[in-house]
Write a protein that binds this ligand. Structure first.
Ligand SMILES: [Zn+2]
Length: 245
């Protein structure tokens, strides 16, 4: 036999209890979302792009530096600008966190430049249905080479997206990790839409650096990443039509 419990709350303490409940909910979310970040994601942001492309770094922030003072920020911008053209030609509404050699810190007023830059990119990611951040890596060990694809831990759509991107990337670049890597510490991955962060290769590895310096390789990478995005786009629209009545 089931029992029925009735909670009697005096009318004058209802608001107090609601406030206490709210604090408990916020505190439980704090584990995954620091307050400032959570507040940013709550601010109503209209989705105006199909995809937001984020070339890492820019401006004062050069990103990884290869032998001969070669900067990550230039290569990833070149790749992303090519991607934007390709995806627009496919009919997607493409947003860019930057399209010149600058950072994104001007979009947020509080915090260090690095923090403002990251939050600015995060904010822009939330204006799209999908996001991709493009980087090149560096490691102490010059032997480290190849591409890595990161996605937000425990997010199914993000994992599928990362897998589809990796499968295309693998056709044009060796992989550092055979499968996409789940991460919960990369801020951009916590944005509302599925976001993957792609490390194209290691600027600290002579072979990868030579590849990145080759415009044909950068074009091949841009095409591969776009194909991965389009494959996911198709998969996601199939999912939607299956679940809609
Ligand atoms: Zn980077």
């Amino acid at each position: 036999m089931s029992r029925l419990y009735i909670l009697v709350i005096p009318r004058n303490s209802v608001w107090f209890l609601l406030a206490a409940l709210g604090i408990v909910v916020l505190l439980s979310m704090y584990h995954h979302y620091p307050f400032g970040l959570y507040a940013l994601s709550l601010v109503h942001q209209e989705v105006i792009y199909d995809i937001m492309l984020d070339p890492g770094h820019g401006g004062i922030d050069s990103g990884a530096v290869g032998a001969g003072d070669i900067y990550e920020k230039h290569y990833v911008l070149d790749i992303v600008l090519q991607m934007a053209e390709l995806l627009e030609a496919e009919g997607l509404r493409v947003g860019l966190t930057r399209d010149t050699d600058r950072d994104v810190s001007h979009l947020v007023s509080e915090g260090t430049r690095h923090r403002r830059d990251l939050l600015g990119r995060f904010k822009l990611m939330n204006q799209a249905h999908l996001g991709m951040s493009v980087h090149a890596n560096a490691a102490k060990d010059a032997g480290e080479s190849g591409a890595i694809v990161f996605y937000m831990k425990d997010r199914y759509a993000g994992q599928i997206y990362a897998q589809l991107v990796l499968e295309e990337l693998e056709k044009v670049q060796v992989l550092n990790e055979a499968a996409p890597i789940p991460r919960s510490t990369l801020l951009l991955l916590k944005a509302r839409p599925p976001v993957v962060l792609v490390e194209i290769g290691f600027m600290s590895n002579p072979t990868d650096l030579a590849k990145l310096g080759d415009p044909q390789f950068r074009t091949a990478v841009a095409r591969a990443l776009c194909q991965g995005i389009l494959n996911y786009w198709e998969w996601a629209s199939g999912e939607q039509s299956e679940t809609s009545p």
